[in-house]
Every structure is written in C-alpha cells, then in structure tokens.
Design a protein around this ligand. Structure first.
Ligand code: FAD
Ligand code: NAD
Length: 398
C-alpha cells in the first residue's frame, strides 16, 4: 500500500508550521507530503505594516520556502489553488491537479469590505508582499507628484480605515516615515494629514482601555488625527465619504477594517461563516474527516466569552503544530493519542512605530520601549521556530 498523501495548501503561519512539524515527526515512508503556495516564499504577515509604510525593506519580511523545508520530505509546488474538490479528494491548481488523502487548508484571509461601495476598487490593503510594495510606492509617488501640483493637498492626505491592530500598527509606522518623506521631497510637514477613521467609539475596540489611551496619545503626538464613532460609508476615486456625510479628499486610502476567511473554502461547499470554518476539537471541517483547517480560515469559539477567538498568527502556529501531531497519530493508526486543540493565548503586543508599543503579556501590561522590545522578541522567536538561529541572524531586527 502506498503512503498516504498529505496536501497542505497555503504556506502562511498555519501551513508552514504544519509542514515543518510533519517533516520532523514522520519518516520518509510514512506519508507523501506536498505543500502548495502561490509564491515561492513565505511572508511574515505580522511585519507587513512596516514595508507598507516603507520603514523596512520588504525582503526582510519574506523567506524562500525551500530554505525552510526539507525537500526530501516535503514536495513544494509553487502554484495557485483555484478550486478544492472535496468529493474527488483533489485540489485544482492553475497548472495541475493534486490528489490527497488528507488536506490541510491554510489559505489565510481576505479583506472584509462589508459591501462598502468603492473599497475594492479604490482602497489599498495590507495583504501580502506585493500589496505592501504597491502602498509604499504609491505614497512616495504622491509626495514626488505634489511638488509639481501644489494645489493637490489630497496627494498628502492619508486615510486609514479601521483602528484594529493592523490599522494602529500601520499608523505608527507611517507617522514615523512622514517626516523623512517631507525632508526627501521638500514638503512642508504641516501640509500632510494622516487620518484614522474608526466606526467604534474607541480605537482597538475591546482592548485594555488604559493601553488604548496610551496608544492614542502616542499616535496623536506623532500627528495622527482620529475620527472615532463614524464609519467609512463609501470610498471613491477622490477619497472617502463618512457616515456623517463628511468627505475627506485623499489619494491614498488604506482599508484595515477587518478580515474574512479565504473565499475558496466557501466555494468548496465547506460550511463557513465569512469564510471561516467552525472546526471540531481536532480542527477538522464539519462532515469532512480528512480536511483540517488552520489559521485565519478556521473559527473556534472562546467558551469563556462565547465569541470566536480573533484570527491571529499566534493561534495559526499552534494549530499547525496540533494538526501535524494529530495527523501523525491518525496515519499510525493511534487515534487515542490525538489531542484536542486548545489555544494558549500568551498575550498581545502591538507596535506603535519605532521604540513604542503596547501589550498585555500574561497578567502584565506593557507600554513604551519595554513593549517594543517584547514585540521584537516575539518576532525573533517566530523566525527561530521556523528557521533556527541562521534565519534569526539573517532576517531578524534587533
Ligand atoms: P497567512 O499567514 O496569511 O498565509 C496564507 C498563505 O496562503 C500565504 O502564503 C498566501 O500566499 C497563500 N495563499 C493564499 N491564497 C492562495 C491560493 N489561492 N493558492 C496558493 N496559495 C495561496 N497576529 C499575531 O498573532 N500577532 C501579530 O503581531 C500580528 N500582526 C499582524 C500585523 C499585520 C500587519 C497583519 C495584516 C496581521 C497581523 N496578525 C498578527 C494576524 C496574522 O498575520 C494572521 O492571523 C496570520 O497570518 C494567519 O496565518 P494563516 O496561516 O492563516 O495565513
Ligand atoms: P479587526 O477586525 O481587528 O479591526 C477592524 C477595525 O475596523 C475594527 O475596529 C472595526 O470597528 C473597524 N471598522 C469596521 N468597519 C468600519 C468602517 N466602515 N469604518 C471605519 N471602521 C470600521 O481587523 P485587523 O486590525 O485587520 O486585524 C485582523 C486580525 O489580525 C485580528 O484578529 C487582529 O487581532 C490580528 N492582528 C494582530 C496584531 C497584533 O497582535 N499585534 C496586529 C495586526 C492584526
């Protein structure tokens, strides 16, 4: 009998950690492991706000997949998934079809636009390496263009839609970059406007109020102007229209208003809510004993508050390790060894730009340089987990 075929789609946090744990746990003859990803690199999504603002080179936020995996144990295919055919147990890629006995879905998220008019067409998203390169270049281009069209203050007006962690981290970086761009392009800093529009009455809704106040204070001092308790109602070629009817003319709108699971999951007929699959205790999709979902496509409920856990890299990594462990038990016909998945939330730390951050780690609240140091430690730890000391030294920021 040939070894079972394990197919992992998506090489993000969940997919890469699944692949690395499977290659460590299983012997060569126990399974045929294939990893599919649409790029030949893994990108570090948790750092993308930095290359988006231009405070870090985008190459630092990506790692060649072949440098991470053992090619003798994991077969890597660079291709794009176009369809998951659950009944036929195959995945259709742009260039071929791949069969599986077990499927791990780690395709990540997509921006949630809530049907808001114009967002898809006119707003940028912090999604992947190419999308953040586009944002950085677009910002620089508009600084350069302003010199020749000085009446176009919309070129120097930036709107970030949504004050969740992605929006707040990006604002911190962009606020740091703006003074440098002003110097480089001979622009008066007073002409630059950086707005954040948030529908809730507060930024980072649900997060610790003391830390929220700290973040707002730091960002306001850096020049961010908050418009709270008002939603973006429409995005146009010229900027945004708010729920109050106010229009902000801006050539650069970055939408950070939330995410949903990858639409390929719903298209496969797997039961999902906003693209996220309510998985069982072993992270299996309902009604599919051989399909595991990890990362942003998976939905698990925090029983303590009866709400879904937010989609995070922290949980995606833990899910990748859990699925690899359980799959090894299944393949070895030792189902009693399988472990139910329980997220272990170690904390949340968010950067506010250079040397500033906020966070909760265990019972401790952190702010300022200590929180910023903790953020660096978390980022370095991830590099260590996937690539050991050599990757830490090559890609780490100290
Ligand atoms: P991803 O890491 O998004 O990976 C999905 C992979 O699938 C990608 O490689 C993509 O190229 C590939 N893919 C997608 N579609 C296809 C297709 N059709 N075919 C083939 N391949 C495909 N979380 C934290 O815990 N801590 C943080 O500090 C943090 N910071 C963040 C900062 C930012 C700016 C952002 C945007 C998010 C942050 N998050 C953070 C959230 C975290 O990044 C996500 O929860 C995490 O990346 C989810 O991992 P994943 O494996 O589900 O998907
Ligand atoms: P989010 O859902 O956490 O935040 C989106 C924000 O946009 C919310 O505050 C919401 O009220 C607001 N919003 C929605 N519609 C709006 C509208 N029409 N107008 C104005 N505001 C609107 O999304 P995110 O920030 O992209 O985060 C996605 C996930 O990634 C979350 O789970 C988050 O915890 C995680 N993340 C974590 C970190 C970190 O730990 N440092 C950093 C970034 C992201």
């Amino acid at each position: 009998m040939s070894a079972p075929k394990i197919l992992i789609i998506g090489a993000g946090y969940g997919g890469v950690v699944s692949a690395l744990n499977l290659q460590k746990t299983l012997h060569y003859n126990e399974a045929q492991i294939t990893l599919v990803n649409n790029n030949d690199y893994h990108y570090i999504t948790t750092e993308l706000h930095q290359p988006a603002a231009g405070t870090m080179h985008h190459d630092r936020a990506r790692v060649n997949i072949k440098e991470l995996i053992d090619s003798k144990k994991v077969h890597f295919i660079k291709d794009t998934v176009v369809e998951i055919k659950t009944e036929e147990q195959k995945v259709v890629l742009q260039n071929e079809e791949v069969e599986y006995d077990y499927l791990i879905v780690g395709l990540g998220s997509e921006p949630e636009t809530f049907g808001i008019k114009g967002l898809k067409e006119y707003a940028f998203g912090i999604r992947n390496i190419n999308s953040v390169r586009h944002i950085k270049q677009h910002i620089e281009y508009h600084f350069a263009k302003f010199r020749n069209e000085p009446e176009r203050t919309d070129y120097l007006t930036f709107v970030v839609g949504g004050a969740g962690f992605t929006g707040i981290e990006f604002l911190g970086e962009l606020a740091d970059r703006i003074p440098k761009l002003c110097k480089e392009y001979d622009v008066d800093p007073k002409l630059v406007k950086l707005y954040n529009v948030e529908a809730s009455p507060t930024v980072l809704p649900g997060f610790d109020p003391e830390l929220v106040n700290y973040a707002v204070d730091i960002l306001e001092k850096k020049g961010v102007e908050f418009k709270l308790n008002v939603p973006i109602q429409e995005c146009t070629e010229d900027g945004v229209i708010l729920g109050t009817g106010e229009e902000i003319k801006s050539a650069t709108v970055v939408w950070t208003g939330g995410v949903r699971g990858n639409s390929l999951v719903e298209a496969a007929g797997i039961e999902a809510m906003r693209g996220r699959v309510k998985v069982d205790e072993y992270l299996k999709a309902p009604g599919h004993e051989n399909i595991f979902i990890v990362g942003d496509c998976a939905l698990i409920i925090n029983e303590e508050i009866n709400r879904p856990y937010p989609p995070t890299a922290q949980i995606a990594m833990q899910q990748g390790a859990n699925v690899a462990y359980n799959l090894a038990a299944m393949i070895r016909n030792q189902p009693r060894l399988m472990r139910a998945f329980k997220p272990e939330i170690k904390g949340t730390v968010a950067s506010l730009g250079n040397g500033e951050a906020i966070g909760v780690v265990g019972n401790m609240k952190l702010t300022g340089p200590i929180a910023a140091l903790m953020k660096k430690v978390i980022d370095l730890r991830y590099l260590f987990i996937i690539g050991g000391i050599p990757l830490v030294l090559r890609k780490g920021r100290f």
